[in-house]
Write a protein that binds this ligand. Structure first.
Ligand SMILES: *[C@@H]1O[C@H](CO)[C@@H](O)[C@H](O)[C@H]1NC(C)=O
Ligand SMILES: *[C@@H]1O[C@H](CO)[C@@H](O)[C@H](O)[C@H]1NC(C)=O
Ligand SMILES: *[C@@H]1O[C@H](CO)[C@@H](O)[C@H](O)[C@H]1NC(C)=O
Ligand SMILES: *[C@@H]1O[C@H](CO)[C@@H](O)[C@H](O)[C@H]1NC(C)=O
Ligand SMILES: *[C@@H]1O[C@H](CO)[C@@H](O)[C@H](O)[C@H]1NC(C)=O
Length: 327
């Protein structure tokens, strides 16, 4: 977990490698290509997507108004970071605030899949229970691995779930994750760190490769179970949307054509475009110089459940126009 996301390079590389023979669900915990449990749309505004980061309290009114312009939004753990607990509730309350402005906006909330965090009541309830030490990844001397950090003026402990423990899997799926599924204002979950626990953990001792792999594999099983449960509740996973590499103005025509062919081969797969992690227009110096081209490419390539990941300002003429279905 972090305040910003890194590009999920391995997805991008996978897509480049296989080009037009795309296997729609290349991540192991994805179910066989589940489509979102709602009707597809070619309404451009409902096809926009954005992810919202930190805020000491709930987002201010301008941010909420911006969120409510979108079709699909995600809310990060760092929403309402001023409060060291009750994140299940505050995320759902933030979702309700956005939906009260626009009931059509679909809201995804954050759940952490590798770390147990005390900012979630579901985490705090089990993290300090001495009978549950074996629920977490341990240091060689038997104490709990703890990447504790400071957020504002409180301590956020970060333990790693040991998903190999069946009790952990059940709790992760039926309590922690389910606490989002049974909220009517929540449309789905953004599962952070679904790639495994070792990427961002700087202080780990030298666990064996076998140990790491078995913990990671068990996490994938938990995630798969969580997704299955979500479908029963008609909720979805943010990770259902794939990100192809997209043409940029620096590409030579042949490279551009190849990227477009790859994107178009993904018509039957939920795709987010330009890419939900690339932050193409996040920084002022990037000036979103390719925005018009990216939207044009999106409209040419798009399929039923595609989403256009917007920059951090709204482009009314581009995003509210009715383009209809591409011919
Ligand atoms: C924000 O919106 C709420 C609900 O519409 C309203 O009560 C409040 O006064 C607004 N706050 C500001 C600072 O405009
Ligand atoms: C266990 O190991 C960790 C990491 O090497 C160390 O920081 C901690 O003090 C140790 N705890 C005990 C009780 O030995
Ligand atoms: C986690 O780390 C913090 C900061 O070092 C420490 O205060 C806390 O006691 C630790 N908790 C556990 C259960 O290891
Ligand atoms: C939602 O699920 C959680 C965890 O299973 C449960 O504690 C809570 O009571 C449920 N809330 C509702 C409104 O059903
Ligand atoms: C982990 O392995 C590295 C490289 O082999 C070594 O330098 C380091 O001391 C080891 N750390 C621990 C905590 O054993």
């Amino acid at each position: 977990m972090s305040f910003h996301f890194i590009i999920t390079t391995f997805i991008l590389q996978y897509i480049i490698l296989i080009e037009s023979k795309l296997d729609p669900c290349p991540i192991s915990w994805r179910l066989p290509c589940p489509l979102p449990p709602w009707p597809s749309t070619y309404n451009m505004q409902l096809s926009t997507q954005y992810y919202f980061y930190s805020s000491e309290g709930f987002y201010d009114n301008a941010t909420v108004a911006f969120a409510a312009l979108h079709g699909v939004v995600g809310i990060d753990w760092a929403n309402h970071y001023g409060l060291p607990m009750h994140r299940e509730e505050t995320l759902a309350q933030q979702a309700a605030i956005i939906k009260s402005v626009n009931p059509q906006t679909r809201v995804f909330v954050y759940r952490q899949s590798e770390l147990a965090l005390n900012i979630f009541d579901n985490g705090a309830k089990v993290m300090y229970d001495p009978s549950k030490t074996n629920w977490f990844v341990l240091l060689p001397n038997g104490t709990i691995y703890n990447d504790s950090t400071k957020v504002g003026n409180y301590r956020m402990d970060q333990f790693c779930w040991d998903h190999r423990n069946p009790d952990v899997q059940d709790y992760f799926v039926n309590s922690y994750v389910a606490s989002a599924f049974n909220q009517s204002v929540v449309d789905g979950i953004f599962y952070d760190d679904d790639g495994g626990i070792w990427d961002e953990r700087q202080n780990y001792p030298n666990y064996t490769e076998e140990y790491r792999k078995s913990v990671d594999a068990a996490q994938q099983v938990s995630l798969n179970r969580a997704w299955e449960l979500g479908l029963k509740y008609k909720k979805h996973a943010w990770q259902a949307w794939l990100s192809p590499t997209i043409p940029t103005s620096d590409d030579k025509p042949a490279v551009c054509a190849e990227k477009m062919r790859t994107a178009m081969s993904m018509k039957n797969v939920p795709v987010t475009f330009p890419a939900m992690y690339n932050g193409a227009c996040d920084h002022p110096w990037e000036e979103c110089k390719d925005l018009k081209q990216q939207l044009a490419a999106f409209l040419i390539a798009r399929g039923d459940y595609w989403l256009f990941f917007t920059p951090n300002t709204w482009w009314k003429e581009g995003f509210e126009a009715d383009y209809g279905e591409p011919l």
